[in-house]
Ligand binder design. Structure first.
Ligand code: DCP
Ligand code: CA
Length: 407
């Protein structure tokens, strides 16, 4: 198999780092996120200052308090962390379409397909790391290697805030000195057994024959055998891209009023673009559909050389298509819909077309407000014309006739 270029990237002390960013007075002090000292429950994470006291994720809060009574304990706000996570992934998707979201703050990227775009993958990875740090204000660590396990171990070595690359031919040297506990296949129990056998480093594992590992750890033993040699053929798992995303609605009664029709169209575009942003998708084709009172259906579509994701751009195209279609209509309409297809995960892979991400930032900001105050909290004047027709809920927006659309 061709040598791959895999990057693993992970935000340092994620929840705690966000808290420090929101409240700079916390900087330099031990911070524990997850609850107050005397609450039940465990620490979700803590910053590196708190780790010096022996505190770690999963530790009961009371115990953390005993270890560090001067620590600053914070309950935490998951929605805020999610917003940072979204931004993190948004940037990653600009560097390659092959991104696997391993957790809220951790990803694998496969750069192999992007050979024509970058003169040096390490340079691109370093630049990506720097950009994330600049745009989110959080520190990240990254590792680069020919497969996922080595890339993840490289990140571990790079922490905090570093970048480490396992160069071709350097795999053995890299692995030899790492502690056995760094292999995901070796849990606390296995560690005890191996240490009794005087095996502490990954290099020590190489002397153990495959059957011996298997008899010690069962099927896991096979994993350990491969992991300890840095063998891992798992692909970077990219969720499949849907064929299309669409939103449509039948009206309560047939409509002829152009402004009200456009209000529906705008609202549907808004719901559609929310879906696109959530899936990190951009559309090369926008299609508008209208059904007349005699049930005849017409569609108009447009191919876009630069794919779109945001409300502003998509609505402009949809409006244009709709007006073009409506101009020749003699009947009232009973349904209107908008569909995005020929979807891609990233748009900035175009070599020739630098683009402004102003609209994307606007989209992310809109999502944040809505997350907090509800979808209906931010609608355009055009969309609010639907007040004349539908019940409105701040949490959900308008209650259209097609119930699934208000989800
Ligand atoms: N998390 C959690 N409960 C856990 C582990 C983690 O809620 N048992 C949350 C809090 C972390 C975030 O997930 O901030 C990311 O987990 P990581 O394991 O990546 O840990 P950190 O990012 O906090 O620290 P590190 O710098 O070691 O990556
Ligand atoms: Ca992390």
């Amino acid at each position: 198999m061709k040598r791959r270029s895999i990057v693993h990237i992970d935000i340092d002390a994620f929840f705690a780092a966000v808290e420090e960013l929101l409240n700079p007075a916390l900087k330099g002090k031990p911070v524990i996120v997850g609850g107050l000292p005397h609450e039940r429950g465990v620490a979700a994470t803590c910053n590196y200052e708190a780790r010096r006291y022996g505190i770690h994720a999963g530790m009961p809060l009371r115990k953390a308090y005993q270890l560090c009574p001067t620590g600053l304990f914070i309950r935490g706000n998951y929605q805020v962390y999610e917003a940072f996570s979204e931004k993190f992934f948004r940037i990653l998707h600009e560097y390659t379409p092959d991104v696997e979201e391993a957790s809220l703050d951790e990803a694998y990227l496969d750069f192999t397909r992007c050979r024509p775009l970058y003169s040096s993958f390490s340079e691109a990875a370093r630049q990506m790391k720097a950009r994330i740090e600049k745009e989110t204000g959080l520190k990240v660590s990254a590792g680069m290697a020919p497969n996922k396990i080595l890339a993840k171990l490289a990140t571990k070595k790079a922490k905090p805030a570093g970048f480490f690359e396992v160069e071709e031919g350097g795999e053995e040297e890299f692995l030899r000195g790492l502690g056995i506990e760094s292999l995901p296949g070796i849990g606390p129990k296995a560690q005890v057994v191996l240490r009794m056998l005087n095996i502490h480093k990954i290099g020590d594992l190489w002397g153990m024959p495959r059957p011996a590992l298997r008899s010690l750890f069962g099927l896991e033993g096979e994993e350990v055998y491969l992991q300890s040699r840095g063998i891992d053929s798992r692909p970077v798992f990219t969720p499949t891209i849907p064929k299309s995303v669409s939103r449509e609605t039948t009206f309560l009664e047939d409509l002829w009023d152009r402004r009200l029709l456009l209000a529906h169209l705008a609202y549907l575009c808004d719901r559609l673009t929310l879906g696109l942003r959530q899936e990190h998708l951009f559309a090369h084709v926008i299609e508008v559909k209208a059904r007349y009172s005699d049930f005849k259906t017409e569609v108009r579509r447009r191919l876009l050389l630069t794919p779109l994701q945001e409300m502003g751009g998509i609505y402009r195209v949809a409006e244009d298509l709709f007006l073009n279609l409506f101009a020749s209509s003699r009947l009232a309409l009973r349904l209107v819909g908008v569909k995005a297809s020929d979807l891609v995960r990233s748009r900035s892979l175009s070599l020739f077309e630098p683009y402004s991400d102003r609209e994307e930032r606007l989209g992310a900001a809109v999502d944040r407000v809505r997350e907090k105050y509800g979808f209906g909290s931010l609608l355009t004047v055009r969309e609010r014309m639907l007040d004349a027709v539908y019940a409105f809920e701040r949490r959900r927006g308008f209650v259209l006739k097609t119930a699934s659309l208000t989800k």
